[in-house]
Design a protein around this ligand. Structure first.
Ligand code: SF4
Length: 402
């Protein structure tokens, strides 16, 4: 189990290094993708290794000044990596504009390396429109054509179906891990869960799936771990993975993460692609259906509210508090946050918001706030009957944690 988790951690920490080794070994192309809305199955079916471009750990140096300083850490890190030449291993990048900041970052990539093929597509943002499905299918058909032209291959329906099936299997196995955590039968830390999901964004999916199967078999054969702490739910952080030391701090202060809607978490693996319909139509259904499962603030859908989803999922997972991780300057998240705050207020759910940064985070201050959050949550639990644990009135002292 340790060896599998370490290989996941290594691939996630150095995704471009992993891609370079894979490319040398297999002699096939690597396609980078901006996060969130591209079906990587299309690049996989073309014989490439698709990887989600990740925020790097190193400080932003060359890229400082390349984009506005009020861009989120993900964008500034991607611009920095471009200027440091880190994307040379990629044979192309799939790029969309789910957030206006990405447009500036894409320009930096283009300016720095004019030879880098950029496949630009705009997935539909208004998902509840009558034309959303047909338009999405058309966007993905065009994306397929562009990948075919870039790589000089034809993506057959059979190849696409096989990729969809493999990616579904991978997602299902990770969802099984999530279910085991809620049941208290998997003692994986939040750090380890991020290793699992992040590596699934970048590793050869067949290799990753085989390792996942072995990991699950070991976990299911092991005795359940002892109860670990106050169950909490993590929400937020869209394109970039939360810093591992922050996840550690949550657990070191007496909490256990039982659910999340992080992109480097449940959001990424929430939804399968239907396997019983024409592949491009299936991908379009996946794209629209994901938002019903885990609503995204970069999409507009009158039928799916992020705050409603959160309340439901906090109750489903048995979490006793919500920790919202907001990447500094993430506009889509900031627009939506007041709704989440109001919903927690209305439902009596204790919530703590932490704003994160790329280069420096006040970890000691975060730990103090986390410790106080746990203390407040424990007092509330002790003071209320079990059936009302998430429906209690807030005291004045608790207001600061909302
Ligand atoms: S959605 Fe948020 S995290 Fe993603 S690129 Fe935009 S600002 Fe950054």
């Amino acid at each position: 189990m340790r060896a599998i988790l370490e290989s996941f951690a290594a691939a996630g920490a150095d995704s471009l290094g992993y891609a370079a080794r894979w490319k040398a070994e297999h002699g096939r192309p690597v396609i980078g993708s901006f996060p969130m809305h591209f079906p990587l199955e299309l690049a996989h079916a073309a014989g490439a290794l698709p990887i989600i471009i990740q925020e790097a750990e190193d400080p932003i140096t060359d890229g400082e000044g390349a984009v506005f300083s009020f861009y989120c850490g993900f964008n500034r890190s991607v611009a920095d990596q471009a200027l440091k030449g880190r994307f040379k291993v990629l044979d192309g990048i799939m790029f969309g504009d789910h957030c206006v900041q990405l447009l500036g970052t894409a320009d930096v990539i283009r300016w720095n390396d004019p030879d880098m093929p950029i496949i630009f597509e705009q997935p539909v943002s208004s998902l509840d429109m009558a034309w959303a499905f047909a338009e999405t299918r058309q966007v993905y058909a065009h994306l397929k054509q562009e990948i075919e032209e870039l790589l000089g291959v034809v993506i057959t329906d059979d190849a696409l179906r096989a990729s969809i099936s493999l990616f579904n299997r991978n997602r299902q196995l990770i969802r099984r891990l999530y279910a085991l955590r809620i049941e208290g039968r998997a003692g994986l830390t939040a750090r380890e869960m991020q290793h699992v999901v992040k590596s699934s964004m970048v590793m050869d999916r067949a290799e990753h799936t085989a390792l996942l199967e072995a990991l699950l078999a070991e976990i299911e054969a092991s005795p359940p771990p002892a109860p670990q702490g106050l169950p909490v739910y993590l929400s937020g952080h869209l394109c970039q993975a939360p810093k591992l030391e922050l996840l550690d701090a949550v657990e070191q202060t007496g909490m256990v993460v039982v659910g999340d809607d992080l992109y480097h978490g449940y959001r990424y693996i929430s939804t399968d692609v239907p396997e019983d319909e024409e592949p491009l139509a299936a991908l379009a259904h996946w794209y629209i259906g994901r938002n019903a499962n885990v609503p995204c603030p970069t999409r507009a859908d009158g039928d799916a509210d992020w705050d409603d989803f959160l309340i439901r999922d906090i109750r489903r997972t048995g979490a006793k508090g919500l920790i919202v991780l907001v990447a500094k300057f993430c506009e889509p998240h900031m627009y939506y946050f007041p709704e989440i705050m109001e919903a927690c207020d209305r439902e009596g759910i204790l919530m703590l918001k932490l704003e994160t940064e790329h280069d420096s985070m006040p970890m000691e201050a975060f730990k103090t706030r986390l410790e106080t959050f746990v203390e407040v949550a424990r007092r509330r639990l002790a003071a209320t009957p079990p059936a009302a644990h998430v429906q209690v009135e807030r005291s004045d002292a608790e207001q600061q944690y909302q």
